[in-house]
Design a protein. Structure first.
Ligand code: FAD
Length: 525
């Protein structure tokens, strides 16, 4: 019996040994003796997948990819690095849907957050439907589409959505999470009650507005600098069944912005849309862009192209609005919509309407993804630029950029432009908004797809020109999903918050090991 036991023991250790990855030259050898070592992968397949992101603008390989099963696994990895004489960078990666290498960890370890939910669909999403203030506890690795599905089973849903739902909870909360509902409820970060965070020292901390509040405010919009979000408690509201979804066309930017600002104002709160965004379509895209889109038919686009020509406008502007309703009151949504339209000054006859389910509406970008994938233009470089522009300067921005710099351009991609109410943002959080006293600012997103290397260079130059133009005109812009190449740039970005941010970094990630791809703090690792 003793011999059999000895054989079994040696068999188990051989198998366990085989499960252990080969140590990576750039990481301390002791790491591969830890209990979590079997969750590390150092092979080229694994590291190659974690070497770039949606943007395809940066490539940098980690030494290893870590596949945690629990937050405690993440804590063990970070604790090891932080207390090692040779600390190494650690970057949580949600979907890797950023575009400037923010989720990369050159020479360190990428934490594949998605492995915490893998094979256990829904296990880390728990809805609390009872009570006056329902909420969902969602793992930081969960996709928003899965949060939606789980909450809808209780007739509930989060209040604010990004346009695209294949993003992780931790990934969007590390930025802000903006979309067409933010004018009413603020960004996603303003709709969180509580977080579980693994800090840069490997401590597991629960935080909220009342408990460990400095970490709570730091982590929301914190660009992954203060800890890894492993759970978020998110506010819910009653979900509607259906959505009346419209696009209204404008040729005049003054009327367009006036109507947008009316739609996000208190005056329109009761009678208005639940969702307000906007788009800008440059003239040349009618002739050279796609002949139809998931929203517009070829006939629609033809009519719009003729409208632009007839009015001699450089672009067509669309307000995109959505009104929620339930099947039992379709007449009332008709009436509400009609009354609202009377207050708006879009081009007569240029209303485009769809009637869809709530899920179809929220998950609308999936259809665009399918179209772009089948045309081979989804997995291409994305030199995106997202700016927040103060309301008082949005017409100058339009004049300089859409009617100036980009007037004869036709990059592939889309341009979003919509206003938000600043008082819905909590300035204690790390996310930044324009720093003047104005109560409204615009999100302007230049979401380009580059179809060749030359185009990457050209679009990067154009992005630079947009920012230079704003600087010269004294427009106090902020980048959303920010990217700066120097610490000066980051210092400027955070302005008066910079001091606090360096203090919090020293407290929660003193070795500066977390999310090095943001390039905010020089890694001591
Ligand atoms: P990743 O790209 O994996 O990570 C982003 C950063 O967050 C990295 O620094 C990473 O280290 C860190 N991070 C990741 N997970 C965690 C975690 N759990 N805890 C702490 N830090 C973490 N944004 C909007 O606000 N509104 C939109 O409408 C919107 N639409 C988009 C549409 C598309 C098609 C794409 C590609 C992006 C869009 N985004 C939008 C941007 C998106 O929210 C961010 O890029 C977000 O970071 C992506 O989430 P992710 O899970 O892929 O994060």
């Amino acid at each position: 019996r003793f011999v059999a036991l000895a054989l079994l023991t040696s068999f188990i250790s051989v198998v366990a040994g085989q499960l252990r990855p080969l140590p990576a030259a750039g990481l301390p050898g002791d790491l591969f003796n830890l209990g979590i070592a079997s969750r590390l992968r150092t092979d080229g397949n694994a590291t190659a997948r974690a070497s770039t992101d949606f943007g395809q603008m940066v490539t940098a390989a980690p030494e290893a990819v870590f596949h945690p099963r629990t937050p405690a696994d993440i804590a063990a990895l970070i604790r090891f690095s932080a207390s090692s004489p040779a600390p190494f960078p650690v970057a949580p990666r949600g979907q890797g849907h950023s575009w400037r290498g923010q989720s990369l960890a050159p020479g360190g370890v990428v934490v594949d957050m998605r492995s915490m939910g893998r094979g256990r669909r829904g296990a880390r999403i728990n809805v609390s439907a009872a009570g006056a203030e329902p909420y969902v506890d969602a793992g930081g690795e969960q996709l928003w589409i899965d949060v939606l599905r789980a909450t809808l089973r209780h007739g509930l849903a989060p209040r604010v959505w990004t346009d695209y739902l294949r993003l992780t909870v931790g990934g969007t909360l590390s930025n802000a999470g903006i979309g067409g509902q933010a004018f009413r409820h603020g960004p996603q970060i303003a709709n969180v009650h509580e977080l579980d965070v693994v800090t840069g020292t490997g401590e597991m901390v629960t935080c909220s507005r009342d408990k460990n509040s400095d970490l709570f405010f730091a982590a929301l919009g914190g660009l992954g600098q203060f800890g890894v979000i492993t759970r978020a408690r998110i506010m819910l509201e009653t979900a509607p069944k259906r959505v009346r979804w419209v696009r209204l066309a404008y040729t005049d930017v003054v009327t367009f912005t006036k109507d947008q600002e009316f739609l996000i104002s208190d005056r329109a709160r009761e009678v208005g849309f639940n969702y307000v965004e906007g788009q800008v379509q440059l003239n040349r895209s009618f002739a050279e862009g796609p002949k139809s889109t998931p929203f517009f038919s070829a006939t629609d686009l033809n009519r719009l192209a003729k409208l632009a020509l007839r009015k001699g406008s450089a672009a067509i502007y669309y307000i995109e609005g959505a009104m929620y309703y339930n099947e039992d009151n379709p007449e009332s949504v008709d009436q509400k919509m009609e009354a609202l339209m009377d207050n708006l000054s879009f081009e007569p006859g240029f209303v485009f309407t769809k009637d869809v389910t709530f899920v179809q509406f929220l998950d609308r970008v999936l259809e665009e993804e399918r179209v772009l994938r089948s045309a081979g233009v989804w997995e291409v470089p994305h030199p995106w630029l997202n700016l927040f522009v103060p309301r008082s300067r949005i017409l100058d921005f339009d004049n300089g950029v859409f009617k100036g710099l980009l007037r004869d351009a036709n990059p592939a991609g889309i341009i979003l432009m919509y206003p938000m109410n600043k008082d819905k943002w909590d300035d204690r959080m790390t996310a930044m908004t324009p720093t003047d006293d104005e109560d409204v600012f615009y999100a302007v997103s230049l979401l380009w797809s580059a179809l060749s290397v030359d185009e990457v260079v050209k679009l990067e130059r154009e992005n630079e020109s947009v920012m230079n133009l704003c600087d010269k005109a004294g427009i106090k812009w902020k980048q959303y999903l920010p990217h700066h190449t120097s610490q000066d740039g980051w210092q400027q970005h955070f302005g008066a918050k910079w001091g606090k941010i360096t203090e919090l970094k020293a407290k929660y990630d003193p070795q500066a090991i977390l999310s090095p791809g943001q390039k905010i703090f020089p890694s001591r690792a």
